[in-house]
Design a protein around this ligand. Structure first.
Ligand SMILES: CC(C)(COP(=O)(O)OP(=O)(O)OC[C@H]1O[C@@H](n2cnc3c(N)ncnc32)[C@H](O)[C@@H]1OP(=O)(O)O)[C@@H](O)C(=O)NCCC(=O)NCCS
Length: 176
């Protein structure tokens, strides 16, 4: 059975970081996380699904921030590091993670979840209620400090507080 918990960043223990870094390294073998439990922007909280043996099997990270959408400023729960341990992928755990995420994000006082991903993963997120933003272009500062223009999937999770506006999106910071 999977037990779900949310953990604020400052409350993570050294053992938590070690276990999460291992999970993320297995889930993202092509990304050099430098042994850390985060990639670029440091999140403010994690949602972690833990197995009976106490090991994390599913994870995502969240940071509330404003993104620019055209001329508007939109508060979002920016979401990243969405991962299921490779040994558990394809068993429905990812969808369970998105279901828990929708519950957690709904309690954060923001109108939308937001994330960028590849076209090949859009189908997964759509199963969890995530929708394309009206304009499919997001600018983000990359780890090498260049500005990335992302034209694959920019997705939002509506949280019952209006429609995501049209316009090119700018994330004035690093991806979570
Ligand atoms: C993406 C990921 C979180 C999905 O977790 P999972 O446990 O394998 O997903 P589930 O078994 O719950 O699948 C849920 C549904 O999404 C679909 N799905 C899963 N991965 C998919 C993918 N990469 N692309 C398209 N659809 C996918 C499944 O087919 C399933 O649909 P179905 O019920 O109609 O068959 C997991 O594969 C993973 O950690 N991948 C590596 C890290 C990664 O790419 N994370 C996303 C970064 S944006």
């Amino acid at each position: 059975m999977t037990t779900w918990r949310t953990v604020r960043e400052t409350d993570l223990t050294a053992a938590d970081h070690t276990a999460l870094a291992g999970l993320l390294a297995r889930a993202f073998p092509e990304t050099d996380l430098r042994g850390r439990s985060w990639c670029s922007e440091r999140p403010e909280l994690r949602l972690v699904g833990t197995d009976d043996d106490g090991a994390p099997a599913a994870h995502l990270a969240v940071l509330r921030r404003f993104v620019r959408v055209g001329t508007a400023e939109v508060l979002v729960a920016d979401t990243g590091l969405v991962a299921v341990d490779p040994s558990r992928q394809g068993t429905g755990l990812g969808l369970a993670l998105l279901t828990e995420a929708a519950r957690v994000l709904a309690g954060l006082g923001v109108p939308f979840g937001f994330l960028t991903t590849g076209h090949d993963r859009e189908g997964f997120y759509s199963r969890g209620g995530w929708r394309r933003t009206p304009t499919q272009l997001t600018r983000t500062i990359e780890r090498d400090e260049s500005v990335q223009v992302w034209r694959e999937a920019s997705l939002h999770l509506p949280l019952g507080r209006g429609e995501f506006p049209s316009g090119e999106i700018t994330r004035d910071g690093y991806e979570v």
